[in-house]
Design a protein around this ligand. Structure first.
Ligand code: ZN
Length: 247
């Protein structure tokens, strides 16, 4: 099975469309979309992103922004610019969009792959950004791989099951990386709608569950279009500007 793995769309419809088109061009026959949460928040098109996802065969997890919009997570933990858009999203979501977000799971097991938004230990909130946090989280992974989002940075950690050594891996873009059964992995495809690794292009990955390969991709999208829609909605300038720099 070929899975298009995406995360942190953050209501950025132009970025989501660019990813779907790019993935279809490269892998015309991908079978399913695995979305690791935060479909809404930060961006201007929450309903449109949910509606587009729902046209595809897909699995989608709950993220911290999704929960904040639903009132399941305290908004005080959010930066004020993010909180502004949480409030705006609450007023904007349609009934079907509410119902869709309400039933997103915190964890999802798909064969040898655990799907969560944030970390295997704390599926809604924890950031897995370094080897130390990854090492602790491997104790909560009983499958070959855990797929996480939340940091908006494409990352990969491996644990050698013989030596117990945890390392950060840097997959080359566009190049399939072979997963080995003597290892366990935590993998993050990066963010579709708000990359934070200094590259403003939308990020995604393709996982082949039979060949056991993971391939990272980036695709440019019309950032100024999304920025214009955010201005029309009087979103905080900080959120609008960061899209152009990917920070
Ligand atoms: Zn996010």
């Amino acid at each position: 099975m070929r899975c298009l793995v995406i995360s942190d769309i953050h209501a950025n419809l132009a970025a989501l469309e660019a990813v779907l088109q790019d993935a279809a061009r490269r892998h015309a026959n991908y079978d399913i979309v695995w979305c690791l949460g935060d479909v809404v928040g930060y961006g201007p098109d929450p309903n449109e992103c949910i509606e587009l996802l729902r046209t595809l065969p897909h699995v989608c997890l709950a993220g911290n922004h999704d929960w904040a919009v639903l009132g399941k997570l305290a908004i005080e933990a959010f930066h004020e610019s993010a909180a502004f858009v949480v409030h705006w999203t609450r007023e904007t979501l349609t009934g079907p969009s509410w119902n869709y977000l309400r039933v997103r799971p915190e964890r999802e097991l798909q064969g040898d792959f655990l799907l969560v938004h944030a970390s295997p230990r704390e599926p809604i909130w924890e950031y897995v950004l370094d080897v130390g946090v990854a090492e602790e989280n491997f104790n909560f992974v009983t499958t070959l791989c855990a797929l996480v989002g939340h940091t908006h940075v494409p990352l990969m950690f491996s644990k050698d099951q013989r030596t117990r050594t945890v390392s950060a891996v840097s997959p080359s873009p566009n190049t399939p990386l072979l997963l080995r059964h003597s290892f366990t992995y935590i993998m993050n495809p990066g963010s579709v709608g708000q990359p934070r690794d200094g590259d403003p292009r939308a990020a995604y990955a393709v996982l082949d569950t039979e060949a056991l390969t993971w391939t990272q991709y980036r695709v440019a999208y019309p950032v100024t279009y999304t920025q214009e829609r955010m201005r029309q909605r009087s979103f905080p300038e900080r959120l609008i500007e960061r899209l152009a720099v990917g920070r």
